[in-house]
Design a protein around this ligand. Structure first.
Ligand code: NAD
Length: 476
């Protein structure tokens, strides 16, 4: 939560926005039109649980409808409030624009601690909340498409899709009313891991940028880099798992709500994940040192800090003590505007949220397209692609049988080349391309403009430029 003596989350987002638009030449008034949130709907509804009616408060905020549908997750947390959903909806507008997902920005939230309810109760609450939003077209395949966020996952998305279809029985595109669904309910391969996977791809892009690495005072590759991650939920778990298992990073600390695990030799992410699934806490995990004051480890000596839990955790109280030269904002808004300034002055490089965690909405976009086209990616072309590759391999093998030619095919090549791309490969390829292209667009501004000295401002400039172009194209 953002500290009381600092601007609210929404004010923080607006301050960062203002910093960027001051460097732009927008037509009079357009700046305000883009910045303000179009509408926020508040709903209070009752659900009969455990013998009495309990009243819940939920929100759905629409920040910008320059493209429709608008898109953004639904969060379940006691910290949810109007300011927070509006900040998150604004970030969705900028994020979608930056990665060219053709959506406006939206966000929703329910003020609830999901751990206090069993599955059946959560289903009742989710369906009732969805009912309230659906009847006002705040969940709709062409107008407003939610996705998972903190405290929600594919289970809740499946309930929402089913609720929508029950209320719109003749709607052919009903599945496209929400993304992040399980595969057997219209989901897409690779969506659950997508945000964490996107964080990994963002770091790949950063480590290819020699000028960026120099600005962070870093060198080399991801191999052996010491990483501290906060929040081992959907985003943090996948990011830390891929970085340690595939890129050779060492996860030296995992900060959770009830403390932190610390081991300079590296912590096994999968083992901790399974421990949490079984015990509901990191406490008692045997293979790392436990620190009760978990958030203190945000200040640990490391190469890369990944806040992947909630907003406002890096603020004026600890910004000075942050030692990581590189922060990648896997969560939305983890660095307050005040802390951003302190860190910028120190030379810390921050890969901003609107880019770093855009993997989720990117794959959500693919899922939405899949739902509208009613066919799995790769279904039509996979075997045909394999057959064409087989032709080439057969021909190469025929040639290699000629005794005058001294070469043979590497068996690995044959296996890899013959395998046509299925849905997961295509999703990863689309995500990788999106993250690389968006990184290059930000980095070009970061490195080429003298008046831009951080990636966040560069990201805002690229993104607001595109939003403003689409407003102008609409005649506004
Ligand atoms: P999640 O609910 O799956 O995980 C959140 C994790 O953070 C949990 O493990 C929780 O125990 C931990 N946590 C909560 N409070 C904490 C605290 N004070 N200190 C340390 N850990 C704490 O949520 P998620 O989907 O992984 O989302 C995390 C962040 O990523 C949010 O900011 C969200 O908006 C952002 N995000 C998520 C997605 C997505 O696809 N899920 C996409 C883009 C951005």
């Amino acid at each position: 939560m953002t500290p009381a003596n600092e601007p609210s989350f929404r004010e923080s987002v607006d301050m960062m926005f203002n910093r960027a638009v001051a460097l732009m030449d927008l037509p009079p008034g357009l700046e305000e039109k883009i910045r303000v949130c179009n509408a926020t709907y508040t709903v209070r509804f009752g659900v009969r649980l455990r013998g009495k009616i309990q009243t819940f408060t939920g929100y759905r905020s629409v920040h910008s409808e320059h493209m429709e549908p608008v898109k953004g997750g639904i969060r379940y947390s006691l910290g949810v409030n109007q300011d927070e959903v509006e900040a998150l909806a604004a970030l969705m507008t900028y994020k979608c624009s930056l990665v060219e997902a053709p959506f406006g920005g939206s966000k929703g939230g329910l003020c609830i601690n999901p751990r206090e309810y069993d599955e059946q109760e959560l289903e009742l609450i989710t369906r009732r909340f969805a009912y309230e939003l659906i009847k006002r077209d705040l969940i709709h395949p062409a107008q407003n498409v939610p996705a998972p966020d903190m405290g929600t996952g594919e289970r809740e998305m499946a309930w929402i899709a089913d609720q929508y279809k029950r209320m719109n029985t003749a709607e052919l595109n009903g599945n496209a009313c929400v993304t992040g669904k399980p595969i057997n309910a219209g989901g897409i391969q690779g969506r659950t891991e997508a945000t964490g996977r996107g964080v990994q791809y963002a770091l790949h892009a950063f480590f290819k940028d020699a000028a960026g690495l120099r600005k962070a005072g870093m060198s080399g590759t991801l191999e052996g880099k010491r990483v501290v991650v906060q929040g081992l939920g959907n985003v943090g778990y996948h990011a830390a798992k891929f970085l340690s298992e595939e890129d050779g990073c060492k996860i030296t600390a995992i900060i959770e709500r009830d403390g932190a695990l610390h081991d300079e030799n590296g912590i096994e992410v999968e083992a901790v994940h399974q421990w949490i699934a079984k015990h509901g806490t990191i406490k008692g995990y045997p293979d790392a040192k436990m620190e009760e004051a978990g958030a203190k480890l945000l200040e640990a000596d490391c190469d890369i800090l990944i806040p992947a839990a909630l907003e406002g955790v890096i603020n004026l109280a600890n910004a000075d003590n942050i030692k990581a030269p590189l922060i990648i904002e896997a969560a939305n808004g983890p660095v307050t505007a005040g802390a951003d300034e302190v860190l910028r002055n120190k030379g810390t490089v921050i890969i901003p949220d609107m880019y770093a965690n855009a993997g989720g909405v990117t794959v959500s976009y693919f899922e939405w397209v899949k739902n509208l086209s009613h066919i799995r990616f790769g279904r039509m072309q996979r075997r045909q692609e394999e057959a064409r590759h087989q032709l080439i391999v057969d021909e190469l093998e025929r040639i290699s049988e000629d005794p005058s030619i001294k070469w043979t095919l590497n068996p690995n090549f044959k296996d890899k080349y013959l395998r046509g791309a299925g849905e997961l490969e295509l999703v990863r390829s689309g995500l990788d391309d999106t993250m690389q292209t968006a990184y290059q667009s930000m980095a070009a501004v970061w490195h080429d403009r003298d008046d831009v000295d951080d990636l966040r401002t560069a990201a805002y400039l690229v993104s607001i430029g595109k939003v403003s172009a689409s407003y102008r194209a609409k005649g506004l």
